[in-house]
Design a binder for this molecule. Structure first.
Ligand SMILES: [Cu+2]
Length: 320
C-alpha cells in the first residue's frame, strides 16, 4: 500500500487544484476541478496495462541502436525523441511528463568501449530540450545548447571507457527539465563482455507536482510503486547485475537498500575515474584532471537547483 505523502496527500493534491497552478505539471487545473477529477478517476480505473509505457521494459530493455558504415567508419546510431505524455502516477494523479522515446527514464542506450556513437535527437515537444551526456567528448557534443521544437540535433562521440553514463536534458531550468522526466542511462560495456547475468536497470527519480521546489512523489523507473504491483522477477542463485542511477532532483544523496541480502559494488576501474563525487558535510578529496579538448566547460554541483543559484563556473580551455 502506498504510504501517505509527506507534505500533501495525493487526494489533497487532487482536490486543492489551486495549489497546482504554479506547477503547470499536472493536468488537474484549478479552473476545471471537476473535469480534472473525472480525468483522475479515469486514470485510477485504468488497469496497469493502460500505462503509457511498460515499467518492465524500462527494467530489462537495452537499446543497442543500429550499426552503420559511413565513409569506411563504423558507428552505432541511436534515435531519441523528446515528447510530452500524460503519466498516471497513481491515486488519480496525472502528471504532464516530458519523456524520451515515450518513457521515464528514457531508453537505456548500450554500446561498447572504443565504439563511436551517434545519437539523433529529435525534439517533438513544444518546449526546447537537449541531450547532455556525461563522459568525455568535445564541447560541441556537450548538449547544453537548446534544441528548438521540431528540430533535430546530432550528438556524436567516441566512447573511450566502459562504465555507466547518465544523460539528461540541460536546458534551463535543468531541475525542471530533469524533474519532468528527461533523463536516462548509457551503458558502455568493456571490450571483453562481463559474465552472463540477469541484467536490470533501476533509475530513482522524484516528481515536484506543484512546483514548490520539493518532490511529492518518487519512483523507480518513472511509475510509483510499479514493482510493488508487478514485482521484479529473478531466479534463485542466478547472478543479477543491476545498473542503478539516482536522478532525483531537489534532494540530498539517496541510498539504495536491499532487504535480507547484500550486494557487491563494482568499483575498481570505475571509481578511479568519475565525473560526479558525493561529498557529505566537511568530507573532502583531492582531484586531478586534464581536459582533452579545447572549449568552455561548466563546472557545478549536480544539485542543479544549487548550481542555478550561483554555484556555477566555466573552465575556459585554450588550444595547446
Ligand atoms: Cu528539456
Amino acid at each position: 500500500m502506498a504510504p501517505p505523502l509527506p507534505a500533501l496527500s495525493r487526494r489533497h493534491l487532487l482536490t486543492a487544484g489551486g495549489l497546482l497552478l504554479g506547477g503547470g505539471g499536472l493536468l488537474a487545473l484549478a479552473r476545471e476541478p471537476r473535469a480534472a477529477a473525472m480525468e483522475a478517476m479515469g486514470a485510477m480505473a485504468q488497469p496497469p496495462g493502460a500505462l503509457p509505457f511498460d515499467p518492465q521494459e524500462c527494467l530489462r530493455r537495452f537499446d543497442t541502436g543500429t550499426l552503420i558504415e559511413e565513409g569506411g567508419r563504423r558507428l552505432r546510431q541511436f534515435q531519441v525523441a523528446a515528447r510530452c505524455i500524460t503519466l498516471p502516477l497513481g491515486a488519480g494523479v496525472l502528471f504532464k511528463a516530458w519523456t524520451l522515446n515515450g518513457r521515464v527514464p528514457g531508453p537505456t542506450l548500450r554500446a561498447r568501449e572504443g565504439e563511436r556513437i551517434r545519437v539523433v535527437f529529435r525534439n517533438d515537444d513544444s518546449t526546447s530540450h537537449s541531450l547532455h551526456f556525461h563522459g568525455i567528448h568535445p564541447q560541441e557534443m556537450d548538449g547544453i545548447e537548446p534544441v528548438l521544437r521540431g528540430r533535430t540535433a546530432i550528438y556524436e562521440f567516441d566512447l573511450p571507457r566502459a562504465g555507466l553514463y547518465p544523460y539528461h536534458c540541460h536546458v534551463s531550468p535543468v531541475v525542471r527539465h530533469v524533474g519532468k522526466g528527461l533523463f536516462g542511462l548509457l551503458v558502455v560495456d568493456p571490450p571483453r563482455p562481463r559474465p552472463a547475468a540477469d541484467e536490470l536497470v533501476l533509475v530513482m527519480g522524484g516528481y515536484d507536482l506543484n512546483n514548490d521546489g520539493r518532490n511529492e512523489i518518487y519512483a523507480f523507473n518513472g511509475i510509483p510503486d510499479a514493482y510493488m504491483h508487478q514485482p521484479i522477477r529473478i531466479r534463485q542463485n542466478a547472478l543479477v547485475r543491476l545498473y542503478l542511477l539516482n536522478m532525483t532532483e531537489l534532494e540530498g544523496p539517496l541510498t539504495f537498500h536491499l532487504h535480507a541480502n547484500e550486494f557487491r559494488v563494482m568499483r575498481p576501474g570505475w571509481i578511479e575515474s568519475t565525473d560526479v563525487l558525493t561529498l557529505g558535510v566537511a568530507e573532502r578529496q583531492i582531484l586531478e584532471f586534464s581536459y582533452p579538448f579545447p572549449g568552455r566547460y561548466m563546472v557545478h554541483p549536480h544539485q542543479d537547483q544549487i548550481a542555478e543559484r550561483g554555484c556555477m563556473a566555466f573552465f575556459e580551455v585554450l588550444p595547446a
